[in-house]
Design a protein around this ligand. Structure first.
Ligand SMILES: O=C(O)CCC(=O)C(=O)O
Ligand SMILES: [Fe+2]
Length: 350
């Protein structure tokens, strides 16, 4: 496996104030990372360690509940909210690929997001702004909301950096996210005690996918499992201490006509065999998806189409794009409008 590294960028000049030259250095580093890798580790984001500890504690408290209790917070597949039980989603279907033998992804999750009541001034497409469900776990809502607010701030900072890095007028991307669809998906990868894992290449925590929106802010613990597709091979990634992972979603790829890539990733925890019994180390993560306004139209921006770069995407609404992706992952309806992402998976080594 070739050497692979997710670039580290200190964004503090955009968070704590910096000179124009310092900001230009940050924007150039982000541009290079988005062209070459599509994943960045950021430091200097200004989120206090206590907020991350609060998030991790909320995740631990909720997922420790018995399965039957957690199922009280299940919601219909069409709503991207509440509890997802293990083996109920298949992320690979969001881009239309799935091997016939593969079982469903074994992650379990809890989703919260922006609700219609957060944006009373706007007439919204109800599907994307469902109200939240909160489990009866002490302090869960406060800890999760505190993280969500901070992740939202970082996402908006990243959008400003993207605009500078792409030499876009301020507001070009931010203007697509005035009442954004946003979702925080808290993931737990664990197996019930006593489960034996066979050494099966189709054993998957979360299937290969690109994220759907503008940008994702990913908190992850250090347990191994996250893999990123680069140069046709899968590479293990774990964030440096205190760093957050940032990755681009499909909408940014569409805006840039593929000059920046929504990088494919998956979660495939390593299997440890002890006395002939295979098991995995528990892993936790929380992906904050910043997806744009449901009714906004997204297509390649004018500066990104020329003779060398013909338009490779039609215009879509955020609603249309996210709807097709979620029907794949959550409702099992193969997404047939993601041929470009699917090709990248099919061309990769397993
Ligand atoms: O668990 C991880 O590190 C990745 C999670 C992820 O890719 C997602 O929730 O979209
Ligand atoms: Fe993801």
């Amino acid at each position: 496996m070739s050497e692979f590294h997710v670039p580290v960028v200190d964004i503090s000049p955009y968070v704590a104030g910096g000179t124009a030259a310092e900001r230009a250095t940050v924007a150039a580093a982000v541009d290079a990372a988005c062209r070459e890798v599509g994943f960045i580790q950021i430091t200097g984001h200004g989120i206090a360690p206590a907020a991350a500890a609060g998030l991790a504690g909320a995740i631990d408290d909720f997922f420790a509940l018995p399965l039957e209790t957690k199922k009280r917070w299940l919601r219909p597949a069409a709503e991207n909210r509440g509890y997802t039980a293990p083996k109920s989603e298949t992320l690979a279907l969001s881009l239309g690929v799935q091997s016939e033998t593969r079982m469903k992804d074994f992650f379990e999750a809890f989703n919260v997001g922006s609700a219609a009541s957060d944006y009373p001034e706007a007439a919204l497409l109800a599907e994307h702004y469902a109200e939240n469900t909160w489990p009866e776990v002490d302090g869960f809502r406060d800890r999760v909301d505190a993280w969500r607010t901070e992740a939202g701030r970082v996402a908006r900072t990243m959008v400003g950096i993207f605009e500078d890095a792409l030499e876009l007028a301020p507001g070009t991307i931010a203007g697509l996210a005035r009442h954004p669809i946003e979702v925080l998906r808290m993931n737990n990868y664990a197996l019930p005690d006593g489960t034996t894992v066979e050494l099966d290449e189709d054993f998957i925590g979360m299937g290969e996918h690109t994220d759907y929106g503008i940008v994702t802010i990913l908190w992850a613990d250090r347990a191994k499992g996250l893999q990123v597709l680069h140069g046709g091979e899968w590479h293990d990634v774990s964030p440096a201490d205190g760093a957050l992972l940032i990755n681009l979603g499909d909408l940014t790829t569409r805006l840039t006509n593929e000059q920046w890539l929504s990088t494919l990733h998956r979660v495939k925890p390593p299997i440890h065999v002890v006395d002939g019994i295979g098991t995995i180390q528990r892993r936790r993560s929380a992906a904050y998806f910043f997806d744009g306004d449901a009714e906004a139209t997204v297509g390649p921006l004018p500066g990104f189409i020329d003779e060398r770069h013909p338009r490779v995407y039609r215009d879509v609404t955020v609603d249309e794009h996210i709807h097709a992706k979620l029907r794949g992952s959550r409702a099992g309806v193969v997404n047939t409008d993601a041929a470009r992402e699917a090709d990248r998976v099919l061309n990769a080594a397993r």
